[in-house]
Design a protein around this ligand. Structure first.
Ligand code: UDP
Length: 345
């Protein structure tokens, strides 16, 4: 019998790619999603790629009673992968209560559900934002947790603390927190990918929308930083590699007899500047991108990239896809969206 896994936010960007990888690894995802920042057609696309249509529980993770009721009709659920969260860094500074209530409240509810139904594995979507402006690079899982640059980042820190405290009180909990660096790209089929709400805040969707003519030009935020070319450095990871890491984390937790709370960095291990990403993209789409240099974006981390040895050594996971693979897939996804006139404005 297939193992069932609850995937909150399973219709979202990373969630949908993870559902595809779970199905390929013989798991049966059950998606909980209220479609706040995702579209129903993504479920059709998951089915088109995998041949399997996951069940959808259209529920807000803050609605504990409804969650309980809906989940109680299933047997053999093994664990929870919890993606569902608000993620717009800028908005979180304007509406911090919205972010604290939703991101922390839903994590607590999912842990309560886990306890109620005696599931064991809990995989949490965390972020390298917990490292703030790191003093030493690359960052390891032992690097200090510094002041978060936004309420969004702080919700990730607080949720990790909640899980850590809870794991000390519950010896059967097998929890893994995955600290994502910068997920980019799309499924190579171009059937699923990122659907930014309105003008993208993130670099790669802004690049692909500019190349597609939807945005006039990319603003590169700051080019006077103390980096090789003056622009900020990030660790970009293909979303399919990231999705595979969730399957690896699930298997890692299932293989352990005792309770645990482990943290893993998920990145490529390599830093690339904004200009390097732009140049790599220009090579892929064989056109010049319209861009200009603009003032620094407040709160931006200057340079961050991961040490990914722990994930490799303990989960047997490492990236297989390159920055260029990710940019190519992101571009093909953008072209597919335009062809099908899909927007998320
Ligand atoms: N960036 C940029 N222009 C944009 C969006 C992002 O120059 O329109 C830069 C941003 O300042 C940062 C890098 O691209 O240096 C990655 O930004 P993103 O928002 O994608 O990720 P994060 O900052 O959250 O790591």
């Amino acid at each position: 019998m297939k193992k069932k896994i609850i995937v909150t936010g399973g219709a979202g960007y990373i969630g949908s790619h993870t559902c595809v990888e779970l199905i390929a690894s013989n798991y049966e995802p059950i998606i909980i999603d209220n479609f706040y920042n995702s579209k129903h057609f993504i479920i059709d696309r998951i089915e088109e790629i995998t041949g399997f249509r996951p069940d959808i529980l259209d529920t807000n993770c803050l609605n504990y009673e409804q969650l309980r009721l809906k989940i109680s009709s299933y047997n053999n659920i093994n664990g929870i992968i919890h993606f569902a969260a608000y993620k717009a860094v800028g908005e979180s500074t304007q509406k911090p209560l919205k972010y604290y209530q939703n991101n922390i409240g839903s994590t607590i509810n999912m842990l309560k559900i886990l306890e109620d139904f005696k599931f064991s594995s809990f995989i949490f979507s965390s972020s390298c934002t917990v490292y703030g402006q790191p003093k030493q690079l690359p960052v390891t899982e032992e690097s200090p947790i510094l002041l978060a640059e936004s309420p969004y980042g702080r919700t990730k820190q607080i949720c990790e603390d909640v899980i850590s405290d809870y794991s000390k009180a519950n010896s059967t909990l097998k929890a893994v927190s995955l600290r994502y660096f910068n997920p980019i790209g799309a499924h190579p089929s171009s059937l699923i990918g990122e659907l930014p709400l309105g003008a993208p805040n993130n670099l790669v969707p802004f690049i692909t929308q500019t190349a597609a003519g939807i945005r006039k030009e990319l603003s590169i935020f700051g080019h006077d930083y103390s980096t090789s070319d003056g622009t900020c450095i990030r660790d970009y990871i293909h979303v399919v590699d990231l999705a595979r890491a969730h399957v690896a984390a699930l298997k890692f937790s299932e293989a352990k007899k005792n309770g645990l709370f482990e943290i893993f960095n998920l990145g490529s291990g390599q830093g690339n500047s904004v200009l390097e990403v732009v140049q790599a993209f220009e090579e892929i789409c064989e056109e010049k991108l319209n861009y200009k240099f603009s003032p620094r974006r407040p709160g931006d981390v200057v340079e961050v990239y991961a040490n990914v040895e722990k994930a490799k050594n303990e989960m047997g996971w490492e990236t297989k896809l390159s920055l260029k693979d990710a940019l190519k897939d992101a571009w093909n996804w953008e072209l597919a969206l335009r062809k099908n006139l899909i927007t998320n404005e």
